[in-house]
Write a protein that binds this ligand. Structure first.
Ligand code: NDP
Length: 315
């Protein structure tokens, strides 16, 4: 496909990492182009109140925060467009990104800030009660469940971490695990199993939720082999998914180093990838912290790196 446009700095993704990169790249006179992707504003637009982003003592609505970041990026000249990057050719410099399968942008620097998507069980009720008791982020939403009863689904390190975090706030935490064992590291297993507020429900599956407007309980099935099944309901106020995240790195992965799950591996504490001029920021390169604040920080670093790369190469 023919190149339709050329730029010095292309940013893919519109979460805190993408917009922060756009603010810095705009202020450095790089005239960045940013494509918003499938979910303009990123994961924060799926939560309600954000209370842990610095600078908002009273908290801020997630969608509002992202709109503010977008306005701030536009103010410094970022060209913000809707559209999804559907293909990438990073085999040679300058790099080529295809948008919506029809437009090819050639860029000297690329900032990948495509984020990660939390996995859900796929229940209709997860959508029905989105933001009304269903969450995929304990650090984001746990605070709203102080002294309440919550359930966490999953048996990995994330689920254990989220259960322990929530146990510091809630009065009771159920951990719903589909297998008869936890997959998490031994130390996390011990912490969960020894915690007085956490009850692990092994061989349990959540099959639905109920409640008037918000979640009031979960329909569970306890399964021990084909013939031994028991269905019952459990009263809860919050339902947290912790069954893994999928980094949105598919189109870039063939050219970069990723881990087994697909998270882009960067050089040490920098957003540099193995390709010169290509940087990865935010959750697509972070399986550990996954916070809006850390994503914004890495977006800032990526833009500074892009500016240095262009100036060092006299581009
Ligand atoms: P994992 O893939 O390790 O675990 C996912 C968990 O969710 C598993 O228990 C899995 O069950 C369960 N699960 C998946 N799909 C379903 C489903 N449809 N229904 C019910 N349960 C389901 O993901 P994590 O996010 O926990 O961890 C990802 C990586 O990050 C891991 O390598 C982990 O060690 C690492 N990590 C490290 C941390 C640390 O060191 N502090 C903190 C957090 C993560 P099953 O076991 O049956 O497949």
């Amino acid at each position: 496909m023919e190149v339709t446009e050329k730029t010095r700095c292309l940013i893919i993704g519109s979460g805190p990492a993408g917009y922060t990169a756009a603010i810095y790249a705009g202020r450095a006179n790089l005239s960045p182009i940013l494509y918003e992707g499938l979910q303009p504003g990123g994961q924060l637009t799926t939560t309600t109140e954000v209370e842990n982003f610095p600078g908002y003592p009273e908290g801020v609505d997630g969608t509002q925060l992202m709109e503010d970041l977008k306005k701030q990026a536009a103010r410094f000249g970022a060209d913000i467009r809707s559209g999804l990057a559907t293909a990438a050719d990073l085999s040679k410099f300058p790099y080529k990104i295809t948008i919506e399968g029809e437009k090819v942008i050639e860029t000297q620097t690329l900032i990948i800030a495509t984020g990660a998507t939390a996995q859900y069980l796929g229940l209709e009720d997860e959508k029905k009660y989105a933001g009304m008791g269903v969450s995929a982020c304990a650090t984001c939403d746990g605070f709203f469940y102080r002294k309440k009863t919550v359930a966490v689904v999953g048996g990995g390190d994330t689920a254990c971490e989220e259960a322990i975090y929530l146990a510091g706030l809630a009065s009771k935490v159920y951990l719903i695990v589909r297998k008869p064992f936890l997959r998490a590291s031994k130390i996390m297993q011990r912490r969960v199993l020894d915690h007085e507020k956490i009850e692990v429900l092994f061989e349990h599956n959540a099959v639905g939720l109920f409640g008037d407007k918000a979640v009031e309980g979960v329909h569970l099935v306890k399964r021990r082999g084909e013939s031994d099944e028991k269905a019952y309901d459990l009263a809860i106020d919050g339902f947290f998914l912790a069954i893994g995240h999928k980094p949105n790195s598919d189109i870039f992965a063939p050219y970069l180093k990723t881990d087994a799950i697909g998270y882009i591996i960067t050089e040490g504490d920098t957003p540099r990838t193995k390709l010169p001029g290509v940087f990865a920021a935010g959750d697509v390169a972070d399986s550990v912290y996954r916070q809006a604040t850390t994503a914004a920080g890495s977006g800032c670093k990526a833009a500074i790196e892009a500016e240095r790369y262009l100036s060092d190469h006299k581009l």
